[in-house]
Design a protein around this ligand. Structure first.
Ligand code: DX5
Ligand code: ZN
Length: 224
């Protein structure tokens, strides 16, 4: 499967966001991870539409929008209009409507004129059985490796076992679905997590400090 690094702008310096996005892109990252938090589903509030619109003006990168919000169905069209290429939502945010929300995402087109990619995410405490019923319907399953809500946390080691078990399940079903991991990933653990079966890796604080371009190329090198 294609291995993809997705730098998270949550850790960027917003006074120079455009330049930092450009550096991440020049380092070879194909995705830009965009964390939207509502202060309800998670305790923190990050940013929303205007930041996405500004970021969209400076790059063609795939916008991997991770919505940590309640009732994510309300904002699918809006995020598409702001430049999302894919939307990943939490199954915990609206457990009764997961299938419907996946369909809604797929029925919505990005600004590039193609259907949005749909992803479902689980928190560290949610078992992979919560996403298994939808595995054939999504493009990506995100296994959170920290509690969602803040950047800069330490990866919870037990979550790596979930990645391994999920990849084994997908393989046994013959499904080539991306497994994305998010939270606490750095040059010290990225090889391990990719070996466990993750092929899309989010990295915030390990990218947006020091030499962004060099950080991105180092992490990509370690994913291979
Ligand atoms: C956490 C966010 C992450 C965060 C990762 O809720 O979903 O995407 O930005 O940041 P790091 O890589 O610093 O843990
Ligand atoms: Zn995220």
């Amino acid at each position: 499967m294609e291995k993809i690094l997705a730098p998270s702008i949550l850790a960027a310096d917003f006074t120079v966001l455009g330049e930092q996005i450009k550096e991440a892109s020049e380092g070879g990252a194909p995705y830009l991870h965009v964390d939207v938090m509502d202060g309800m589903f998670v305790p923190s509030i990050s940013f929303g539409m205007p930041v996405m619109v500004s970021a969209r003006k400076c790059t063609d990168m795939f916008f991997d929008v991770h919505v940590m919000i309640e009732k994510p169905d309300r904002y699918i069209e809006t995020f598409a209009e702001c430049g999302a290429d894919g939307i990943t939502f939490h199954v915990e945010a609206d457990p009764g409507n997961v299938g419907e929300i996946i369909r809604h995402i797929h029925e919505t087109k990005s600004l590039k004129g193609v259907p949005l990619k749909a992803g479902i995410a689980i928190k560290p405490g949610t078992p992979i059985s919560a996403v298994m019923p939808y595995a054939a319907d999504v493009d990506v399953i995100m296994v959170m490796t920290v509690e969602p809500g803040f950047g800069g946390q330490k990866l919870i080691p037990e979550t790596i076992d979930k990645v391994r078990a999920l990849r084994a399940f997908l393989d046994s079903e013959g499904l080539a679905v991306d497994i994305e991991v998010d939270g606490g990933i750095s040059s010290s653990n990225i090889e391990n997590i990719v070996k466990a079966g993750a092929n899309v890796v989010v990295a915030g604080s390990s990218v947006f400090k020091g030499d962004i371009k060099a950080n991105v190329s180092e992490l990509i090198g370690l994913m291979r």
